[in-house]
Design a protein around this ligand. Structure first.
Ligand SMILES: [Zn+2]
Length: 469
């Protein structure tokens, strides 16, 4: 309600700077500088977020929360505070198009399934604090949170987390949140899937994100926007970590898909769809969705259609990688789905690179422990993407998908000062992205040197939402 009146901290894309320096200092975050102090960042190299090559002797000049200049060998203004990062590469802060920051389903599947029925909503929200910190300390200054649902609760922990970060109460990335995410009865997002019928006393409805038919889908979109969603997420095919669906079956009719896209775009929200199956992906792309999340089984013809329509692909390679690393711990039905999706996704990704589909960096963090997002870069490069294109994917291309390219995503005059540095040259060794050593968000230094011990991405057994892979 506050957001709709313009009074609260919950507008669609919130760039409000942290307001409480004392709170930030207490959290161990360097408070940065007075609003008008000039900070000069220097490093041996600079990636500007969009170019095909690195610049040598990179310099970024920051004043307040903005970049006032960026380039090679720029003169240092008088009185500026200099931070020389040496043999490192400056880059715009990384972005991740697909996270679930208020969840952790990296532990044992069955234990987490029970745990999420036990915890209080407020306890789940507190659990997210170290996950948000681990994410920004890893260099991710903006993320989309594409779904955070609590079985038999209507709370919105992702909205709360976003607002707490924007207020400077806790450390974390700028968040664009999807609230519950929308899906069909019995589909990948149905929170009662796999449980005894009516165990929770009622069938989920649009207030849980479960909607059937074009009118109900429009209502679900409106309900989520009313509750402060920045982006709409829907599951249009089955998924891996859900018990009642096949991984690749379509879950919306074309009329439902059209209503979903039309209503989201009327309300000026991007629509991201979870989709593994080829048929569902084709129908979603034709309907005009903004991004396909996962896309495991997409055929070359479907990828060509994506290229023509300008649809983004968020591959989330890390999700499959992590699940496969401990495949024996999942229920048998899920093991089969995970194996099939993983077997298909490598060829799909190679084809997407060849065809020239716009690839938006996204990981599905929560399926694996938060803070390990950058491991996605190496997986992308191993499957045929050039290192510089992988870096562009996590900066300017994500900013374009998120609709915030005018504010972030490149190191250019006038952009918000979201700046990171990593040791060495990431175009020579892409795993440098996993060793980010400096993080600035909106002109404030979040980290310079080793990560805080508390930011280590511990994998708790405290799940707060349904699996969304
Ligand atoms: Zn997900």
């Amino acid at each position: 309600m506050l957001a709709s009146l313009g009074l609260g901290y919950a507008p669609s894309v919130n760039f409000i700077r942290p307001v409480c320096i004392f709170v930030i200092a207490a959290l161990g975050i360097e408070s940065g500088a007075a609003a008008d102090q000039t900070i000069v960042l220097k490093a041996m190299r600079m990636f500007d977020g969009k170019s095909k090559t690195l610049v040598q002797n990179g310099v970024v000049i920051v004043q307040g929360n903005k970049i006032v200049d960026a380039g090679s060998n720029l003169p240092v203004p008088d009185g500026a505070r200099m931070i020389d990062l040496g043999d490192a590469t400056l880059s715009p802060g990384f972005m991740d198009a697909h996270t679930h920051l208020t969840s952790d389903y990296s532990g044992n599947y069955n234990e987490l399934r029970l745990k999420r029925l036990e915890l209080n909503v407020s306890e789940m929200a507190y659990n997210a604090i170290p996950w948000a910190r681990a994410t920004i300390e890893a260099g991710f200054t903006t993320v989309r949170d594409v779904g955070s649902r609590i079985t038999n609760s209507h709370d919105f922990p992702d909205v709360s987390l976003r607002n707490a970060i924007n207020r400077g109460i806790i450390a974390g990335p700028r968040m664009l949140v999807a609230t519950h995410g929308i899906g069909a009865t019995g589909g990948h997002f149905d929170p009662t899937d796999g449980f005894r019928d009516f165990l929770f006393g009622r069938e989920p409805d649009f207030t849980d994100g479960i909607a059937d038919g074009p009118d109900e889908i429009r209502k679900a979109v409106r309900f989520e926007v009313k509750n402060s969603a920045d982006v709409i997420k829907a599951a249009v095919s089955g998924g891996v970590l859900s018990l009642a669906d096949e991984v690749d079956t379509p879950q919306f009719t074309s009329a439902e898909m059209t209503a979903l896209v039309d209503e989201s775009h009327r309300l000026r929200k991007k629509i991201a769809v979870h989709c593994h199956g080829d048929q569902a992906a084709r129908e979603a792309i034709e309907a005009g969705v903004d991004s396909i999340e996962h896309g495991s089984f997409m055929k070359p013809e479907t990828l060509t259609l994506m290229k023509q329509k300008g649809t983004f692909l968020t591959p989330t390679l890390m999700a499959a990688e992590y699940i496969m690393s401990k495949i024996d711990s999942y229920p048998l039905a899920l093991q089969a789905k995970a194996k099939a999706a993983t077997a298909a996704r490598s060829e799909m990704f190679r084809n997407a690179v060849k065809i020239g589909v716009k690839i938006s960096f996204g990981t599905d963090a929560a399926v694996f422990p938060h803070g390990q997002n950058a491991k996605e870069f190496k997986l992308m490069v191993d499957l045929g993407m050039t290192p510089i294109d992988a870096l562009r994917s996590a900066t300017s291309i994500d900013a374009e998908l998120f609709g915030i390219a005018q504010k972030v995503g490149t190191l250019e005059k006038g952009k918000l000062a979201d700046i990171i540095a990593m040791p060495g040259d990431p175009t020579a060794d892409i795993t440098a992205t996993e060793r980010v050593s400096f993080v600035m968000k909106e002109g404030r230094v979040v980290r310079n040197g080793p990560a805080a011990p508390s930011a280590s991405a511990t994998s708790a057994t405290d799940d707060v939402t349904l699996p969304a892979d």
